[in-house]
Design a protein. Structure first.
Length: 107
């Protein structure tokens, strides 16, 4: 019975969106209705919280990876790329100024 209830929660609502308080509220109601024992209630709540945390972590990892791949495929310059280019332009401007000064002195 406990496994069936657990599967029902996971399939119907999804452990990711359930908060610990909501899980405890639901399991407490099941105890009051006599469908599970207090011990089963605590076990179920703990398992649901752990499952939810695991699913949330997996969701975060997948989302982060997907976003990184998406951003890499965009044809926008990243801030670091722009800063690198700015430094290169500054160096080139300095070199150009030095060359121009040499040309002026030679005349």
């Amino acid at each position: 019975m406990l496994e069936l209830i657990k599967k029902g929660f996971l399939a119907g609502i999804g452990a990711v969106v359930l908060t610990k308080e909501k899980i405890e509220e639901i399991t407490h109601r099941l105890v009051e209705e006599g469908k599970i024992s207090t011990e089963e209630s605590q076990k179920l709540a703990d398992e649901m919280v752990k499952t939810g945390e695991k699913q949330w972590e997996e969701f975060n990892v997948k989302t982060t990876d997907t976003m990184k791949k998406w951003v890499e495929n965009l044809e926008f310059a990243r801030k670091k790329d722009l800063e690198d280019l700015k430094r290169q332009v500054e160096i080139l401007e300095q070199r150009l100024s030095a060359v121009e000064e040499l040309q002026i002195r030679e005349k």
